[in-house]
Write a protein that binds this ligand. Structure first.
Ligand SMILES: Nc1nc2c(ncn2[C@@H]2O[C@H](COP(=O)(O)OP(=O)(O)O)[C@@H](O)[C@H]2O)c(=O)[nH]1
Ligand SMILES: [Mg+2]
Length: 289
């Protein structure tokens, strides 16, 4: 996963001119006939008022979409053998995995008519389990804790009324490779259909790449398949979040933009496109609240 240059990710051009028609002409000459003007503003240059636009070829939208857009969920979330669709959340401690798991499981209609359940592998941190158990109880969502590989069949059996199971994990423990190894092995046994890397949007870009690598697939373990940016509400400008998602080079379903369960979870791709100032379809594939 080599870090990508922002310029490659999103070729935006800033173009100035005396008036909008000159600027639009120049934008077309520079970026092609399908150029899109994203922002227009007045600036002063040497005491003279000028028009400045931010422009991009519209093919860029297609590229950003193609890279970030996840596969739609299967129409029937259960596998042919009746097993529920499994969505796991992985990522650094404090990234927002447990909060996001609660949002996904508790939000009504999150997966259409499919019934959600919760399962946690986070048996290490006091509070992690209780936090999720409380949400599960309030929302009347089945909840299972798995300590050991032997617990898995019974836990999955008790979750057999669920069409989707959200799996919370403890995150890597830098202090103990053994603990990390244990939950990653359990996660492999659970054979998740999707593994979302929950990544704080506040993290430095270079660290984000390191974290991405740490959660990618190895010979021994499956890795993240999606990126889910969290704490998007804490970054001053959102333009960086799309760069972050693009540089991690995984599709995105959701972003987390606050601590409120379940309100603060939003569709990922729309948010990224908007962060770039790109137009977003009025008809968002947003789920009902
Ligand atoms: N501002 C903000 N805080 C969040 C967000 N998601 C989670 N948090 C907070 O971050 C802290 C850690 O969250 P938690 O879900 O326990 O992280 P985990 O260790 O990855 O499970 C808690 O105080 C959450 O309320 C978010 O999107 N924005
Ligand atoms: Mg947690």
């Amino acid at each position: 996963m080599p870090p990508r240059n922002t310029q490659d990710l999103m070729p935006l051009e800033r173009i100035r001119g005396a008036d909008i028609s000159h600027v639009a002409d120049r934008a077309r000459r520079t970026l092609g006939d399908d150029v899109m003007i994203l922002h227009t503003r007045m600036v002063r240059e040497g005491g003279v008022s000028m028009v400045e636009v931010l422009a991009a070829p519209s093919s860029v939208i297609d590229r950003v979409r193609a890279q970030l857009e996840p596969q739609p969920f299967p129409r029937n979330m259960r596998a042919a053998d009746g097993a529920p669709y499994r969505i796991a959340l992985v990522g650094p401690t404090g990234a927002g995995k447990t909060t996001t798991a609660a949002k996904l499981a508790v939000r009504r209609g999150m997966f259409g008519a499919a019934r959600p359940g919760l399962l946690t592998l986070d048996t290490y941190r006091v509070g992690g389990m209780e936090q999720l158990a409380t949400y599960a109880e309030l929302a009347d969502v089945p909840f299972e804790v798995v300590f050991d590989a032997r617990d898995i069949p019974a836990a999955m059996k008790r979750l057999s009324s669920c069409d989707v199971v959200i799996i919370d994990t403890p995150g890597r423990s830098p202090a103990s490779a053994e603990l990390t190894e244990r939950w990653r092995t359990l996660l492999d046994e659970l054979a998740p259909d999707e593994v979302h890397l929950v990544m704080p949007a506040t993290v430095r870009a270079d660290l984000a790449m390191d974290i991405g690598r740490a959660y990618s697939a190895t010979k021994a373990h499956r890795g993240a398949t999606h990126v889910l940016l969290s704490k998007v509400d804490e970054v001053p400008r959102e333009s960086g979040i799309a760069d972050l998602a693009l540089s991690l080079d995984m599709p995105t379903r959701w972003v987390s933009d606050g601590q409120d369960v379940p309100a603060d979870l939003k569709p990922g791709v729309q948010r990224m496109l908007r962060a770039y100032g790109l137009p977003v379809d009025a008809e968002a594939d947003w789920m009902p609240a």
